[in-house]
Design a binder for this molecule. Structure first.
Ligand SMILES: *[C@@H]1O[C@H](CO)[C@@H](O)[C@H](O)[C@H]1NC(C)=O
Ligand SMILES: *[C@@H]1O[C@H](CO)[C@@H](O)[C@H](O)[C@H]1NC(C)=O
Length: 480
């Protein structure tokens, strides 16, 4: 209970900080009826929910702001917190790429004018931005597994291309890198001074935004970014499932989950009405508008403080945005309840979690390779991992989200190794399904590595409810 309260309090604190540093009034997208003198008492209530008495109220605009993750004040984080007699052994970092341009356009409207070049006199800024650009422009093709070497190493278009990382996205990951450097390198000396290429394990999907996000994070992280010591592997699958991607039962879970999503949408008449109105504004059939996933574009307008698009027939507006965003939140809630996504996630996340425990176990044997692993990925990567770990209350991965596994050794009992799990700087170790009850029985502030290993090797499959006790059997269950 103590941990849970601390977790909620931290969340509330982070929320307050984010809100104070970024008053909604900045956004001219918000109707002017917002009171001029700060927040109304109603919205204040929403921002600081009383963790004990008030159920958390989800405000779509507030949730969207968290999703944008606009760089502001240095954030508080709990990475690297451990008693003195613990030694940091290895760190495994999963990131979502930073802020990007939309992947879709709203039909028949002008796309938002966002500049994807990196310049010092534009916000948000980071002191390492210029050095990053100059270092990247001297990039070395030998640092990447094919086909990554054909990708640009930093964003560089005066009008962003679809899906391109923005300056905000680069700054988010320079900041992540710097934060991790202060904790893991300066404080805990994870890497020796003469570190070499084998001490890093780097993997990214084949999109420019993930490669560039990974590079920005490393540039903020490493004391000397030397191209000769960087080697990024290419991961073709967004699930990072490498050679174990074939899993028919996982696909069946996904189909059922998509069916659930579809039925929920049909039930929401306000959502249907909103799509109808928006379709009229842009003058295309509702179906076509929905297929263009307008919320993706609208979030870009929102995060970049660019007005929503207008046509002769009117404007897309904040009310449309709120209805769609509210539906997304509702969808996530039902998704947690119905557990189809959990089935998908347990199978989808198994290969990458299995790889991670393999890397951890090698480190416990004293091997000095792959002490820092970075997987530069997508929301569709982080979401299943979070869900599989049982972190159902975790928010949908925001831009530049980070999920970290830390491996520690107790110097007083060198054969004992423990893990901590952190999501966006919050310690969620005791919210995972494999360590939920541990702290009630043990005073240790972390989870035994064996718990995680047992979970990945066995309990993940038990949780699926079938008779399968390994990945292959669980993926090929008959009559599911
Ligand atoms: C948002 O845009 C409006 C109008 O273009 C401007 O007045 C305001 O300062 C902008 N806010 C931020 C945070 O850039
Ligand atoms: C799990 O990892 C081990 C090595 O650590 C490997 O031999 C095995 O094939 C992996 N299983 C899956 C399903 O990825």
């Amino acid at each position: 209970m103590l941990f849970r309260n601390r977790f909620l309090l931290l969340l509330a604190l982070a929320a307050l900080l984010a809100f104070v540093s970024l008053s909604l009034q900045f956004f001219h997208l918000i109707p002017v009826s917002t009171p001029k003198n700060g927040m109304s008492s109603k919205s204040r209530k929403r921002i600081m929910p009383d963790p004990v008495t008030e159920p958390p109220v989800t405000d779509p605009v507030y949730e969207a702001l968290l999703y944008c993750n606009i760089p502001s004040v240095a954030e508080r984080s709990m990475e690297g917190h451990a008693p003195h007699h613990f030694k940091l052994v290895s760190v495994h970092v999963f990131i979502r790429h930073g802020d990007r341009y939309p992947l879709y356009v709203i039909p028949k409207t002008k796309r938002p004018e966002i500049d994807c070049t990196l310049v010092a006199n534009r916000k948000p800024y980071h002191p390492k931005l210029e050095a990053f650009v100059s270092h990247m422009s001297k990039g070395s093709g030998a640092s990447f597994e094919s086909p990554l070497n054909s990708l640009p190493l930093y964003p560089n278009h005066p009008l962003c291309e679809m899906g391109e990382l923005t300056q905000t996205g680069v700054v988010q990951h320079l900041q992540n890198g710097q934060l991790l450097r202060d904790i893991y390198l300066k404080k805990h000396k994870l890497l020796p001074n003469d570190w070499s290429a084998d001490q890093l394990y780097l993997e990214t999907t084949g999109k420019s935004r993930t490669l560039q996000s990974g590079l920005a994070l490393l540039y903020g992280f490493l004391p000397d970014f030397d191209w000769k010591k960087i080697y990024f592997r290419h991961q073709p699958s967004a699930l990072f499932c490498s050679g174990s991607c074939y899993c028919p039962v996982r696909n069946q879970y996904l189909e059922k989950e998509q069916r659930r999503q579809y039925l929920l949408r049909l039930k929401n008449s306000q959502l249907e009405k909103t799509y109808g109105e928006m379709a009229k504004i842009v003058d295309v059939p509702t179906k076509q508008l929905r297929a263009a996933n307008p919320i993706d574009s609208m979030l870009c307008h929102f995060c970049h403080n660019v007005s929503f698009p207008c046509t002769r027939n009117g404007c897309v507006d904040m009310e449309h945005f709120k209805v769609i965003k509210t539906h997304q939140i509702e969808d996530e809630r039902e998704r947690r309840e119905k557990k189809l996504y959990l089935g998908y996630s347990l199978l989808g996340a198994h290969p990458i979690l299995n790889q991670t425990i393999g890397r951890m176990q090698r480190a416990t044997e004293g091997r000095k390779e792959e002490l820092f692993a970075l997987y530069s990925a997508h929301d569709v990567t982080l979401s299943p991992v979070l869900s599989a770990l049982g972190l159902s209350e975790a928010r949908f991965p925001r831009f530049a989200a980070r999920l970290i596994f830390e491996l520690w050794q107790d110097r007083e009992k060198p054969s004992e190794h423990s893990v901590r799990i952190l999501y966006n700087g919050v310690d969620v170790t005791f919210h995972t399904s494999f360590c939920q009850d541990h702290h009630k029985r043990s005073p240790k502030p972390m989870c035994p590595l064996e718990n995680l290993v047992r979970f990945v090797k066995r309990d993940m499959f038990v949780a699926l409810g079938g008779s399968g006790t390994n990945y292959y059997d669980a993926c090929h269950r008959e009559g599911f």
